[in-house]
Ligand binder design. Structure first.
Ligand SMILES: [Zn+2]
Length: 317
């Protein structure tokens, strides 16, 4: 007879609507499962548990799940990604909560994973919730029916901002009994994941600094040269520039134009009258990475000028 934990794995797979394929149920701590994602199938060492009352005097505010016993660590089966999650079924909508497996690999003690009740309730209400613990761990909760959405973030190794995820899910109106709506949600959120990845590697390519003024402070953003909506655009480093929020806004409004051949920054005449101090701190040339795989490509910059020909006409001599 299968153990309660193996039964739980099958229950989770049912709630996840085909997003999980059990390859080898083993003990379910871990089981070997296959997840489907936009970039292909991938194998996961999944550790599952039921979310219960935490029984440390805080049942009004938190829940808990844990490993089967002391000496049952979180492990990685060869060629897989580790995953640890709990299923919460106190209300009508089954919710999955995911902790960071990596930070607990191999721990032979009792592994108790706590989650705020408010986080689980927010997942039901909004489709996506995140709690960052005091130690910086990101704890994610979502309705089990949206597992395919979560799988995209897992395979990409990046989790978009909660507010963006909620907005995309709200627009897709996913419903547990409607596979098409779940697919819509998966596609909308995988676009967010791609965007978050683009931001991360563009900002890293510029060492976190604005290419137009050098400001760091951890606030640099990734600006698209050719916008994602334009034909020929791609989420690749050569189509991005790291900019501070001010330079990003000015670039998007075509108050600043980058010369494709020389990377000289051309300033709209308006800046000399209305934006003198801003103009003064703007470099003459873009401080771009020297690596040609990361440097803005001449053809992308040229395509931008053509795409926004009207708005950039002032820059033509
Ligand atoms: Zn700047």
């Amino acid at each position: 007879m299968p153990s309660p934990r193996v039964n739980l794995l099958h229950e989770i797979a049912r709630h996840c609507g085909g997003a999980i394929r059990i390859v080898d149920e083993r003990t379910s701590w871990p089981a070997l499962v296959e997840l489907r994602s936009a970039s292909g199938d991938f194998l996961v060492s999944i550790h599952v548990a039921r979310v219960v009352f935490s029984k440390r005097g805080r049942d009004a505010a938190e829940r808990r799940y844990e490993n089967p016993a002391k000496g049952d660590p979180i492990v990685v089966l060869p060629g897989t990604t580790p995953l640890v999650l709990g299923l919460w079924t106190e209300v009508g909508v089954p919710v999955i909560v995911v902790h960071e497996a990596e930070r607990r690999l191999g721990q032979r003690s009792r592994v108790s994973l706590f989650v705020a009740l408010a986080c689980l309730e927010a997942a039901v209400a909004t489709g996506w919730a995140e709690h960052v613990s005091a130690s910086g761990e990101r704890i994610i909760a979502f309705p089990a029916a949206l597992f395919a959405v979560f799988a995209e973030t897992l395979v990409a190794g990046i989790i978009p901002e909660t507010e963006q995820m909620r907005a995309a899910l709200l627009a897709a109106e996913p419903s547990a009994n409607d596979a098409q709506s779940i697919e819509r949600a998966r596609r909308a959120t995988s676009a967010l994941v791609r965007d978050a990845k683009f931001r991360r590697f563009v900002v890293a390519a510029y060492g976190g600094a604005c290419a137009m003024c050098g400001l760091q402070l951890g606030i640099a953003e990734a600006a698209h040269i050719l916008p994602a909506s334009a034909p020929g655009s791609a989420d690749v480093a050569v189509n991005g520039i790291a900019l501070c929020p001010n330079h990003h806004a000015a670039f998007d409004r075509h108050l600043l134009v980058v010369d494709p051949a020389t990377l000289r920054i051309l300033q709209h005449p308006k800046l000399s009258s209305e934006g003198e101090s801003f103009s003064a701190l703007t470099r003459e040339y873009l401080a771009a990475p020297t690596d040609t795989n990361l440097r803005p490509s001449e053809s992308m910059l040229q395509a931008r000028l053509e795409h926004f020909a009207d708005q950039c006409s002032w820059s033509r001599r």
